[in-house]
Design a protein around this ligand. Structure first.
Ligand SMILES: Nc1nc2c(c(=O)[nH]1)N[C@H]1C(S)=C(S)[C@@H](COP(=O)(O)OP(=O)(O)OC[C@H]3O[C@@H](n4cnc5c(=O)[nH]c(N)nc54)[C@H](O)[C@@H]3O)O[C@H]1N2
Ligand SMILES: Nc1nc2c(c(=O)[nH]1)N[C@H]1C(S)=C(S)[C@@H](COP(=O)(O)OP(=O)(O)OC[C@H]3O[C@@H](n4cnc5c(=O)[nH]c(N)nc54)[C@H](O)[C@@H]3O)O[C@H]1N2
Ligand code: SF4
Ligand SMILES: [Mo]
Length: 756
């Protein structure tokens, strides 16, 4: 092999360089340039022509060639011999034998009840084709369980949809022109590097930067103000900011009157809007867990009244920060807005991983409307830009095939967060959603044994001898150790795909740069092959990757109109194929999208009060909901633990790339000097982190990055590459968030002890 693999879409960017897209679960969706020599990818760089990438990649993906040509890459199908789990042994098997046996085993289960088959996938690749296109078609046709893909972003997604009406927001490049940027629940330098470039430009232009994060991150280091609040207390802070905006007259009453719903009784049809102060206070204090803090009957309709209960002092006590810091932040935001200058919030995922994460996002998402920040292109908020993309999901995924597969049975959905409980559940358990026990799991684009909460149960579930497990992977991950078959998958350098982004507003195309390594096959190719062996002859189960790419978006005026968009929303396939990226047309990604309201909610307003939530028996207004495990509420487990990403890993991806693991060293637990001293823990000591669910070992890093009362367990290590075969998810719980059925990784109490 000397040339990049031949493909109609494999025209090179110049010489031996191929244009692609970063596949990872990262808001930045960078445009890649891969240099190929003798069939080997020797270098992966950022495409300088793509403005959002600016020619710069993060340290992880700069190592993508090392990962792709890793000596431990899976290059042939494998069948397990001997017991499941860490140390499991496998033998090579031919593709035909592997696919025939897998098809036969799945069909035997499907003959009884196809819902006993669970596909388990997430965002190992964000590609629309190698993600849920052919996979979804096959599992729909089969009638398999549906997977509720909630492990990351669904609390915030549901919150945004119930407040702004959509997952849309500011254009990311506009942050460069903001005058005050609040980075809320995000470590931009580690997780959103290309946003940080714009924030730095704003800073050079005199903008003030504020970081709201329990951890003193490298991003916090570079901001003017850092509020190190306790995990899960963001809604209290947001309500206190509203309090200050109100009492100091910083509200944009004109914007509120025209474009919002639920701020005061006039726009919200009355109701007292007042939750019970004594009950709310219960959330602050130890031992008063679970006090419901407001009426859920939909009668409370006035956020202006609710926020008046949240003095800075009261929020300060809940958040564990000073009242003055809250006043200062409110003043900065309020006075900047009053001067007519743009205030921008970069809201991310940190706050979503606690019980009240959905309410917290709703509360924060109300702030730009109160200040009128949406009037400016450089003001407002950005959580996710994914709602701008006109992805033709139904055409890609063909949910219509499900009825055929189910043959009269009701569909059943399994929440991926509860996979531990689901695998161990018996007939009738609620977590099985009315369907049968799970008999087979097909895992692709995910590593649940490492990333899902409450490892003890996840491991026990995957270890079931009667469970048939197939894992499509690049490497023998912790999950692959439990497989009956491991199928070698291509990486982004070896397959075709098309991308959206949740941090910018460009569509990207990824061309294969090299031939599949070894005998590896793309996810789509493997699912097409399984469909044939299962005897499914629907033509859509044979669509090529190029056809799937062309299906992903409206590329003609007729296709745009057919999905209810104006003709000018159609994308240009030719421009995408020529450049590797194409910006969304302005009609889909406007500057200042809500400058004149136009929120796509039922009322057309920014819904501070949501009738849709009230109709579900939930609080129609955002409120502070204490954690499932409130900091300070347990004497046995006095420390709150968060487990944010390690900068050089991407979730559990890259943990096995030596050059990156060398930088991270070993699993670390950041702990404050006071908490360490109280436990006789020195810097560098081996410690055990434990609670009622389990324990794991790591190295203590006594550090000002941890605030007193909170410990930071960094990164989702591969269990087998960490210490003693475990990782941080031994202690996290399967409890869910208020909205979006999402995980509560950062709502977790632990104790820490030195290990002799
Ligand atoms: N290098 C790197 N980049 C990544 C990832 C990775 O693993 N590594 N993961 C990717 C994925 S899957 C995602 S979803 C995104 C996440 O993207 P972001 O949310 O932008 O990034 P994180 O670094 O997870 O930042 C979350 C921050 O929230 C803080 N935090 C924890 N609890 C709370 C809280 O209750 N309130 C507030 N205000 N802050 C809190 C954490 O300390 C952490 O610094 O990043 C993506 N990018
Ligand atoms: N404690 C704790 N746990 C967490 C988090 C946390 O902050 N703290 N973060 C959570 C978050 S935000 C997320 S999004 C989840 C992420 O969880 P996952 O989506 O499971 O992410 P990864 O761990 O990166 O695993 C992705 C796997 O997909 C594989 N893969 C990549 N591309 C392909 C492909 O084309 N084909 C196939 N077959 N496989 C491919 C990779 O090799 C990798 O092993 O983890 C969650 N878990
Ligand atoms: S992980 Fe994010 S920052 Fe790194 S190359 Fe991919 S998209 Fe860019
Ligand atoms: Mo995520």
């Amino acid at each position: 092999m000397s040339e990049p693999v031949a493909s109609p879409l494999n025209s090179v960017a110049g010489g031996n360089t191929v244009r692609g897209a970063c596949p990872h679960d990262c808001p930045d969706t960078c445009a890649l340039l891969t240099t190929v020599e003798n069939g080997v990818a020797i270098r992966v760089q950022g495409n300088p022509d793509h403005p959002a990438t600016g020619g710069v990649l993060c340290a992880k993906v700069a190592k993508y060639a090392e990962r792709t040509h890793h000596p431990e890459r899976l290059t042939q199908p494998l069948r397990r011999v001997g017991p499941k789990g860490q140390g499991a042994r496998f033998e090579p098997v031919g593709w035909d034998d592997a696919l025939a046996d897998i098809a036969a085993r799945l069909q035997a289960i499907a003959a009884r009840d196809p819902r006993a088959i669970l596909p388990y996938s997430y965002a190992g690749t964000m590609g629309l084709v190698q993600g849920e296109s052919m996979a979804a078609r096959l599992f729909h046709r089969l009638g398999a369980s549906l997977l509720d893909r909630t492990i990351c972003a669904s609390a915030g997604a549901e919150a945004l949809v119930h407040t702004l009406g959509t997952k849309q927001g500011m254009r990311v490049e506009q942050f460069a022109h903001s005058k005050l940027i609040v980075i809320w629940g995000s470590n931009s330098i580690g997780s959103n590097l290309h946003f940080w470039r714009h924030a730095q430009e704003a800073k050079r232009n005199g903008a003030r930067l504020v970081c709201i994060d329990p951890r003193r991150t490298e991003t916090a280091d570079k901001c003017h103000q850092h509020l190190a609040l306790l995990p899960g207390t963001d809604a209290a802070l947001a309500l206190a900011l509203m309090h200050e905006f109100t009492v100091h007259g910083w509200l944009d009453q004109d914007y509120i009157d025209r474009y919002t719903l639920g701020w005061d009784a006039a726009t919200g049809e009355g109701g007292d809007g007042v939750s019970q102060p004594q009950a709310v206070a219960g959330g602050d204090a130890a031992g008063e867990v679970g006090v419901e803090i407001s009426s859920k009957n939909g009668a409370l309709r006035s956020l202006s009244k609710r926020c008046l209960l949240w003095t800075p002092e009261r929020a300060a006590a809940v958040c564990g920060v000073s009242a003055q810091a809250i006043r200062d932040l409110a003043r900065d935001m309020g006075e900047t807005a009053r001067r007519g200058e743009p205030v921008a919030i970069r809201l991310n995922y940190g706050m979503q991983r606690t019980r009240g994460g959905g309410n917290a996002v709703r509360a924060v998402a109300c702030l730009p409307a109160l200040l009128g920040s949406w009037r400016h292109p450089a003001g407002g908020l950005l959580l996710s830009s994914s709602g701008h993309f006109p992805v033709r999901r139904a055409e890609l995924q063909r949910p219509d095939l499900l009825a055929q597969g189910l043959a009269g049975r009701p569909p059943r959905t399994i929440n991926m967060v509860s996979v531990g409980d689901a695998l161990l559940a018996s007939e009738g358990d609620a977590v099985l959603d009315g369907g049968p026990p799970i008999e087979a799991v097909v895992v692709y684009n995910s590593n649940p044994v490492a990333v899902a909460p409450e490892s003890a149960k996840v491991v026990q579930g995957f270890a079931r001898e009667d469970l048939f497990t197939v894992v499509l992977e690049h490497f023998q991950t912790d999950t692959a150790d439990y497989a009956d078959y491991i199928l070698p998958a291509t990486t982004q350098l070896e397959h075709l795909d098309i991308h959206a982004s949740y941090g910018h507003t460009d569509v990207l195309l990824n061309r294969p740069a090299i031939a599949p390594v070894g005998q590896s096959r793309s996810n789509t190719d493997m699912f097409r092959a399984l469909a044939i062996r299962m005897g499914f002859d629907e033509p859509c189960l044979a669509d090529s990757d190029e056809t799937l790419c062309r299906t992903a978006y409206p590329f003609t005026a007729e296709q745009a109109l057919a999905v209810g968009l104006p003709a000018e929303a159609a994308l240009s396939w030719d421009a995408l194929a020529a450049n590797g990226f194409v910006p969304l047309p302005p009609v889909l990604a406007p500057l200042a999208p809500f400058a004149q309201g136009g929120f796509p909610t039922p009322s057309g307003r920014c819904e501070m009060f949501s009738q849709r939530l009230a109709d579900r028996g939930l609080d129609g207004l955002p409120d502070y909901l204490p954690n499932h495990e409130p900091p300070g509420s347990s004497t046995a487990y006095p420390l709150a633990m968060i487990s944010p990403p390690a900068r050089n890993f991407l979730n559990s991806t890259f943990v096995n790339v030596q050059s990156l693991r060398d930088i991270e060293g070993e699993p670390l637990l950041e702990i404050s000097a006071a908490d360490a001293a109280a436990r006789c823990i020195g810097d560098g000591a081996l410690v055990r982190v434990f609670n009622q669910r389990g324990s794991y070992h790591c190295t203590a890093r006594v550090s000002a990055r941890a605030r007193p009362g909170v410990v930071n367990g960094l990164g989702v290590w591969w269990r087998k590459l960490g210490m003693r075969g475990t990782n941080v998810n031994e202690v996290t719980s399967q409890a869910l968030t208020d909205l979006g059925r999402a995980p509560t990784f950062y709502d977790c109490l632990v104790e820490v002890e030195a290990v002799a």
